[in-house]
Design a binder for this molecule. Structure first.
Ligand SMILES: Cc1ncc(C[n+]2csc(CCOP(=O)(O)OP(=O)(O)O)c2C)c(N)n1
Length: 318
């Protein structure tokens, strides 16, 4: 198992992701954020478990539900918040918003609102690292729905063929927008698909941060040693609707309620308290620190100028 310092880092990351997203839901409801937001509340163990294995020089690609992974990879909170607010001090000067946040400094190489689009792009950074002998790895996050896109199959095939240092991390929350997995896929475990492309595939309890980290560590170390890609499927739960404000009419109230039984943070906190790695005072201090970091980021974002039409053509490549 990971050492104490790593376990405490995992708790910090999960709590930070949860509290930031709760805050985003709140300010979105107040009409302060333009566009749509999609939160991954309930899925924090995947982002924290995987990203805690990565170095600053490694790359990640995220999706429309990508706040958690970007934060766990170490994206700077003030500029992240300003980006979501559509402000000039955001990482992409307010053009990207919630669904397309990127930060070169943090190795968040790109987020994508187009389902499955990150997969082939992630081969680019993985190929570059391999070609330049740079020893960095790339993690591409995507959902269960995205695993039915052609891009998923093409990307896994090429990654295996070229032995690329990439980890395909499927956050399987059982839903693709408003459709449950059993309606669009006969397979239960998406990791099985890895075999058809000649790569390792593993399914893990995505609500258990220690297990996620263990499997992610194996996959990352394999990729770093030049032993090729892994498909890592993390089975988890989406507590809220597809997008913020989605009334979830397609889901029974009992099912929605039952997702909370799998709270990865409560489960992990209980473990840490029981094993005497922490006491309640530690949790309270951590919560206070995160609250103050978030308040600072909100103040920063709200005092940054709104990105205007003059930004439309800056930093845009074609
Ligand atoms: C190419 C493409 N097709 C359809 C959509 C509309 N869409 C947005 S999210 C989504 C479902 C994605 O499900 P999944 O990949 O499981 O990710 P999750 O939302 O569960 O995180 C769909 C179909 C899109 N954005 N892009």
């Amino acid at each position: 198992m990971a050492d104490k310092e790593t376990l405490l880092e995992l708790l910090y990351l999960m709590l930070k992701v949860r509290r930031v997203e709760e805050c985003l839901l709140d300010v979105f409801a107040q009409g302060k954020i333009p566009g749509f937001i999609h939160v991954g509340i309930g899925q924090e163990a995947v982002a924290a478990g995987v990203c805690s294995c990565l170095k600053p020089d490694d790359f990640i690609f995220t999706t429309h539900r990508g706040h958690g992974q970007a934060l766990a990879k170490g994206i700077e909170l003030n500029r992240f918040m300003a980006e979501i607010y559509g402000r000039k001090d955001g990482f992409c000067k307010g053009k990207a918003g919630s669904m397309h946040v990127a930060s070169k400094e943090a190795g968040v190489a790109g987020s994508n609102g187009i389902v499955g689009a990150g997969l082939p792009i992630s081969l680019g950074t993985a190929f570059a690292s391999q070609y330049r002998d740079e020893n960095a790895v790339t993690v591409c996050f995507f959902g269960d729905g995205a695993s039915n896109q052609g891009t998923f199959h093409e990307s896994l095939n090429l990654a295996a063929l070229w032995n690329l240092p990439v980890i395909f991390c499927c956050e399987n929350n059982g839903w693709a927008q408003f459709t449950p997995q059993k309606v669009y896929m006969k397979l239960e475990n998406i990791s099985k698909r890895a075999e058809s492309y000649g790569m390792a595939g593993v399914t893990v309890d995505g609500d258990d941060v220690i297990k996620v980290r263990e499997e992610a560590e194996k996959a990352v170390s394999k990729a770093r040693k030049g032993e090729g890609p892994t498909l890592l499927e993390c089975k988890t739960h989406r507590w809220f609707g597809h997008y913020a404000g989605d009334p979830q009419k397609y889901r029974s109230p009992t099912e929605v309620e039952s997702t909370r039984e799998f709270d990865p943070i409560v489960k992990f906190e209980e473990f840490l308290l029981k094993s005497k790695f922490i006491d309640q005072a530690h949790v309270d201090t951590l919560e206070a620190k995160i609250k103050s970091e978030i308040q600072g980021a909100i103040d920063f974002a709200e005092s940054s100028p709104i990105a205007g039409p003059e930004e439309l053509f800056t930093d845009v490549y074609a």
